[in-house]
Design a protein around this ligand. Structure first.
Ligand SMILES: *[C@@H]1O[C@H](CO)[C@@H](O)[C@H](O)[C@H]1NC(C)=O
Ligand SMILES: *[C@@H]1O[C@H](CO)[C@@H](O)[C@H](O)[C@H]1NC(C)=O
Ligand SMILES: *[C@@H]1O[C@H](CO)[C@@H](O)[C@H](O)[C@H]1NC(C)=O
Ligand SMILES: *[C@@H]1O[C@H](CO)[C@@H](O)[C@H](O)[C@H]1NC(C)=O
Length: 457
């Protein structure tokens, strides 16, 4: 109220200062401009960690759904695994005390995430199992202080990220819980009652935001009910109008089955979303380094992990089409990040050191992928265009179909000192002459960015 009054007084002096209040409906919620930091930074780290990190085993499907595959779907490979390795009568809750987190060091996690060049993190505060990684009042006997680590994992990570890095801190939160009796009762009532939302989901969300002030709320677990059941627009109106993060927070689109891919902040649509062409709204590609799972799998093979070349190529395509990439790691039940993930992050960071000019703060160009060379994706910053090349050109020429040079066009490879010669192609496009570059003078080992200045298009 007071800020509105000040806003009003100021607006008499500075005529275009207004006091926007968002209403609890999708038209109003969707009208909020996305805070600018999010579109600029392009890369985030997703972290899946919870009681599912204890079995950390999945014979075929995504690991963090272990409880559901075992007790919901009753899939034989999961039943067999439990019969062969655990005492009869062992329940999912019995995994809780084994979430020991004895090697959890929030500060080390923060350093490892930062080393990738990412500028935000999104940590699973609560997944579909309902276990909260913070001492929630609304999950009094199924949280990380009561069972397992005996720590406020969310709190320690929030402190380390905020105090020791410039990364934005974000939280994933599942609206639904597979086996929560309150939820199952609402569901049995065809979602005509909302006890679960009123007594669990919403109090938990308010608690999370007021306590940890995350700048990303990555909602999930929405798909069985529509957003009116979840009271999503009411929550988002509070988040955008009155919460402690109202000016900087971004949210995704998973706020009800009528909402996903349509409403909210940025669009995530489905996991691994990669539309391959320019999108009207800001979007995010949530994807995994272990190509088969979000939660850690002890049975992952080296070949299951995406190579750094694949990770960077995926990222470049995403950014070129206007997206951000949220790259997932699953730490172990000990709270440890395995070196295979750490290495991928480090390699990503080395690449970003050289190539961030072609990524950070860029916008999509007129063309996304090249018309001749299918291994090239474009970005733009001001009047500069970046042609990002996934494979080093064969021979001594890089042919591009989309750029139209002017008499003042110059071409540089990021991280390399000399300008490149080129000729204009009579049929359109440009032939860039690639000189022989000694291996030890190559600016990076995977995926190269050419800066094209002074194009006519
Ligand atoms: C920040 O880093 C310093 C130095 O490594 C460390 O002592 C401190 O505990 C860290 N702060 C948090 C909140 O992790
Ligand atoms: C829920 O919907 C189903 C199908 O429309 C119906 O058969 C059932 O009676 C409904 N249950 C309640 C509690 O309204
Ligand atoms: C959402 O569900 C409620 C209750 O089932 C229903 O009344 C309403 O029409 C639904 N809204 C949408 C947008 O589907
Ligand atoms: C550009 O990408 C789209 C989507 O991946 C594809 O359908 C199209 O063939 C590509 N164009 C070229 C010229 O490679």
């Amino acid at each position: 109220m007071r800020w509105c009054t000040i806003g009003l007084v100021v607006s008499i002096i500075v005529s275009h200062v207004t006091c926007v209040r968002y209403e609890p409906n999708w038209a109003s919620i969707d009208s909020r401009p996305l805070p600018g930091w999010y579109d600029d930074v392009k890369l985030g780290i997703f972290i899946h960690w919870g009681v599912f990190s204890v079995p950390s085993y999945s014979p075929k499907l995504i690991e963090e759904w272990f409880w559901w595959w075992w007790k919901g779907k009753k899939l034989q490979p999961y039943i067999d695994y439990m019969n062969q390795n655990y005492k009869p009568g062992f329940t999912y809750a019995d995994f809780g005390p084994q979430l020991t987190a004895e090697f959890f060091d929030a500060n080390h996690w923060a350093e490892v995430f930062k080393s990738s060049g990412a500028e935000y993190v999104v940590f699973t505060a609560k997944h579909h199992e309902g276990y909260t990684n913070w001492p929630s009042k609304y999950s009094f006997n199924w949280n990380s202080m009561a069972v397992g680590p005996h720590k406020d994992i969310v709190g320690e990570l929030a402190a380390a990220i905020k105090m020791n890095t410039s990364l934005h801190f974000g939280l994933y939160h599942s609206l639904f819980e597979w086996f929560n009796p309150l939820y199952l009762q609402d569901k049995a009532n065809n979602f005509t009652t909302s006890d679960f939302v009123d007594r669990k989901t919403l109090p938990e969300l308010y608690e999370l935001i007021n306590t940890y002030q995350p700048e990303v709320i990555w909602s999930d677990g929405d798909w069985e009910a529509n957003s009116s059941y979840w009271k999503s627009t009411e929550f988002l109106a509070w988040l955008y109008n009155d919460s402690p993060v109202k000016d900087t927070v971004v949210t995704n689109d998973r706020w009800g089955k009528d909402s996903t891919c349509h409403h909210g902040g940025y669009l995530t649509c489905q996991d691994y979303y990669q539309p391959g062409k320019l999108q009207k709204r800001k979007w995010e590609n949530a994807m995994t380094i272990d190509g088969h799972s979000w939660g850690f799998r002890r049975n992952a093979k080296l070949s299951d992990y995406l190579s750094i070349h694949t990770l960077i190529s995926t990222f470049v395509e995403t950014v070129s089409c206007g997206g951000n990439m949220l790259m997932n790691v699953g730490p172990t039940k000990e709270g440890f990040i395995n070196p295979i993930f750490e290495e991928r992050f480090k390699q990503f960071g080395e690449w970003m050191e050289v190539n961030s000019a072609a990524i950070r703060g860029t916008r999509p160009w007129k063309a996304q992928n090249d018309t001749i060379n299918s291994n090239v994706w474009y970005t733009m910053k001001g009047s500069d265009v970046y042609a990002i090349v996934l494979e080093w050109p064969q021979g001594d020429t890089l042919t591009l179909g989309s750029p139209i040079p002017s008499t003042s066009t110059t071409i540089n490879l990021l991280g390399y000192p000399d300008q490149f010669q080129y000729t204009t192609r009579p049929s359109g496009g440009i032939d860039i002459k690639i000189p022989p570059i000694p291996a030890n003078k190559m600016p990076c080992q995977w995926v190269w960015s050419f800066l094209l200045s002074g194009l006519t298009n």
